[in-house]
Design a protein around this ligand. Structure first.
Ligand SMILES: [Zn+2]
Ligand SMILES: [Zn+2]
Ligand SMILES: [Zn+2]
Length: 118
């Protein structure tokens, strides 16, 4: 069986790594002052599929709002791929956090993006 390929497959674009702000270094030096950013692998850029929106869960910082670890919604990239057109997530109302949880978890409906495909 041949796998069906999507006609509108978004292309990958390079964006500045949000977690290290493009420096390529681990911002919290958890491992060592010289350790490379675990998100971008040290090159300061990450590949994200287009179109994408800023991660609402971490506010685009790539850093989990309740810890100093990578954001679990965007995996530290600061942006999340969402198919257009988008609309504000009806569950979290654009905040990206699970309203039923303890606010340390990304919204399960939008995955933390704050918007969903309309
Ligand atoms: Zn990085
Ligand atoms: Zn995030
Ligand atoms: Zn949501």
């Amino acid at each position: 069986m041949a796998r069906k390929t999507t006609a509108r497959e978004g292309k990958q674009v390079e964006v500045r790594c949000a977690f290290c702000q493009g420096t390529g270094k681990d911002p919290f030096r958890l491992l060592s002052p010289l350790s490379a950013c675990g998100v971008c692998g040290g090159n300061g850029k990450v590949l994200v599929k287009e179109p994408h929106v800023p991660c609402a869960f971490c506010g685009g910082t790539g850093i989990h709002p309740r810890s100093r670890l990578t954001c679990t919604a965007c995996m530290g990239k600061g942006v999340i791929h969402v198919e257009e057109p988008t609309q504000t997530c009806p569950v979290c109302h654009g905040r990206g956090m699970d309203p039923a949880g303890d606010l340390a978890l990304p919204c399960t409906t939008c995955g933390g993006a704050g918007v969903v495909a309309a």
